[in-house]
Design a protein around this ligand. Structure first.
Ligand code: PLP
Ligand code: ZN
Length: 404
């Protein structure tokens, strides 16, 4: 592991890892529920150490990892495949399109990456209980990773989370508390719980290692493309932590002298859950008025990492797109049919963003290297696409019936 400190993304004050746990003690004070988090911390490594010790022939990824390997949970997370999407690319006018299939993580979403690192940190700190609020996937991820260790997960979820996700977290043995209200209500309650009752809080962006965990998807994309930086990566965005994590991945590689440029990060949000999109377009932050999207994993009124997500898009020369629920479900089917990758609606949102961008001519050059980050598995929510799928009627088990 390369040594690191935490630096506040707002006032740039530095802290040792023993001095702080969640937000910058100075800037975090102005945080109150109902606004994006203030004083989100960034892990800043000793990049000279990485530069001198990292060898692409035999890469030691622990150099980029903020928790020592001896504390890592046994559950294998990450290292998901990057698949060339020739057929989908042909439909969208792109010759070098890829899908990073993060639905193949143990609990079926990219959230396993963040949970893995926070559970490692809890083990290092000797914290037995880890608490999270989640739209569903972060909770299933935390429950799964905890199940592989002797830590326990306490989870607050909105009562309307999809059944498959609720079943997962209960089966993994977590204590699950469905909350009447939205994800934002569950988020508030979990912060109050850890403040007053203890445990380590895993809430997204609130714990800085959620960003570090999610960054591993970006590091892997670089390796899997043969140590090349793609031209663009499309991400579906809820709280903006995956987006920030990708930004951090490529910043780390750049600071370590391993790459020269950053990929354009393209933020894709659902029309009704558009707080970060509007922030990027206008420069002013406002909550999403009424996030009703069927892509439950990105249904967020007040994204906790809005400020960093905004910066990630601007600093990489990326852009932002909105898609409707219909466009999301069409892209879900298109991606499944052309790549063999069935993503949940929130995962297909990134693909829907690409479809939309390619409708305006020359948005991305035909030979651009483009990656769709597919963040969660389609089997996590079969109810939503069911309305658009017609399952053929059963036939008599006779050959003539097949031919008819
Ligand atoms: C959480 C999640 C996202 C969005 O990630 P944020 O960090 O909240 O922006 C996208 N897709 C899936 C499947 C998710 O679970
Ligand atoms: Zn600060």
């Amino acid at each position: 592991m390369a040594p690191f400190i935490y630096r506040c993304t707002e006032c740039h004050q530095s802290y040792s890892r023993e001095q702080v746990r969640y937000l910058c003690p100075a800037c975090g004070k102005s945080y109150r529920p109902g606004i994006p988090l203030t004083g989100v911390l960034e892990a800043v490594f000793d990049y000279d150490t990485i530069r001198s010790e990292f060898d692409t022939n035999c890469p030691d990824w622990n150099l980029f990892c903020a928790v020592e390997p001896e504390f890592h949970p046994p559950l294998a997370v990450g290292n998901t495949p990057l698949t060339k999407a020739g057929k989908l690319g042909a439909e969208l006018g792109l010759t070098n399109l890829w899908v990073k299939n993060d639905g193949l993580n143990p609990s079926g979403s990219l959230k396993d990456r963040a949970s893995f690192l926070v559970v490692a940190e809890a083990t290092r700190l000797g914290e037995r209980r880890i608490v999270a609020a989640s739209t569903g996937n972060a909770a299933s991820a935390l429950a799964a990773v905890c199940a592989s260790t002797d830590r326990e997960a306490l989870i607050f979820v909105p009562e309307k989370a999809p059944k498959a996700k609720l079943v997962q977290m209960v089966l993994y043995g977590a204590r699950v508390i469905p909350v009447k209200g939205t994800y934002d209500d569950a988020f508030r309650l979990s912060l109050e719980y850890t403040e007053k009752r203890g445990g380590l809080n895993r809430n997204t962006a609130y714990h800085p290692l959620t960003i570090e965990g999610k960054k591993t998807a970006g590091l892997e994309i670089w390796v899997q493309l043969g140590f090349q930086v793609p031209d663009a990566i499309l991400v579906s965005v809820g709280d903006g932590v995956i987006l920030a994590g990708l930004h951090k991945a490529f910043l780390d590689l750049q600071r370590a002298g391993l790459i020269e440029r950053l990929p354009k990060l393209i933020c894709v949000q659902a029309e009704t859950s558009d707080a970060i999109h509007n922030y990027i377009q206008t420069g002013h932050y406002a909550d999403a008025a009424n996030p009703t999207t069927r892509a439950d994993s990105i249904s967020v009124c007040c994204p906790s990492n809005a400020h960093w997500a905004h910066r990630a898009v601007l600093e990489t020369g990326g852009c932002s797109v909105l898609v409707s629920d219909t466009e999301i479900l069409e892209a879900q089917a298109q991606m499944a049919r052309t790549t063999g990758i069935f993503g949940e609606p929130a995962a297909a949102t990134a693909a829907a963003g690409l479809v939309k961008l390619q409708q305006s001519p020359h948005c991305l050059p035909a030979d651009a290297c483009v990656v769709i980050l597919a963040t969660g598995h389609g089997l996590k929510d079969v109810e939503t696409p069911l309305s658009r799928v017609s399952i053929p009627a059963a036939i008599e088990p006779r050959l003539e019936a097949v031919e008819a």
